[in-house]
Design a protein around this ligand. Sequence first.
Ligand code: SF4
Length: 344
Amino acid sequence: MSEDHQDGVPLLKVSALKKHFPIKKGFLKKNDQFFKAVDGVSFEVKAGETFGVVGESGCGKTTTGLMIAELLEQTSGDIWFDGRDLSRLNEHERRLVRKDLQIIFQDPFSSLNPRMKVFDIVAEPLIVHGMASGKKLKEDVLNLLEEVGLGKQHLDRFPHEFSGGQRQRIGIARALALKPKLIVCDEPVSALDVSVQAQILNLLKTLQKKYNLTYIFIAHGLPTVKHISDRIAVMYMGEIVEIATKDALFDNMKHPYTEALLSAIPVMNPHQKADRIILEGELPNPANQPSGCKFHTRCPYAQSVCKQDVPKLQNDGEGHDVACHFPLNKNISQALNQEQPAQR
Ligand code: SF4
């Protein structure tokens, strides 16, 4: 679709992205309150990298992914992909860009049409975009299935005849069909057994290497994003609170919320000391968000300034950004090494 990427030029640039949903109070009543699902998120993703996005349910990570995948319109902010501002495309340009931007969903069962056979599911994007027909279409679909570890024997089956891991493989084959540049992976392994999670993560890594794919990998757990990501953004209440390379994040974790996310991971080893941060306070009402730092109602390190002043996402000069008035400096690699998905 466009020129190859030069070193250092991001494939994706997200700037001050917001998605505010109106809260309806009743028939014909004016909406004067908004659920700020995403509230000013900015980041860049380089071609060929995996950018992890992690946070609790409701933090805005999936909404961010849906806006990038062109499945949800933003309230404000810009998304630049492959050198183009997505909000300024005409219909023809948008159709071309959509080939390069694909998504893999969390629940492979509900994302696959139960009335379509595997052949039709994988063939559909190729037909819609006029990329193959007849004998070539059959060959392309079979090649795609083989790329994800399935085969000819699966072509005429329906989604309900497959395991969760196999269904996710079908979803990956469909996402790969149009040879995209960027795939938003929206919690693609969260619904799978741990052993199957590792297989799917390894498959995604293999495909990335082979096709120079760029991933935005969304997950609610740090071990999963650590397994696959090059850089990681941590989100809380619609904002990015920390962003760093994988090594910098785990060797020198700075935000108290990142520390709390780590504490939520169950400790498997009974002899290992569980040095847990228990979050105090209620989850804030999304329609009435806290002043200052949004995390101050639950942060064990909060001080009075935190209630008034919004901490800005600031760079430490080495590519590590944190939004906190009193950043930490903790190494959490050791704890996480015991909690990664099993390698196969
Ligand atoms: Fe905690 Fe204050 Fe940092 Fe917010 S700014 S995370 S309340 S220490």
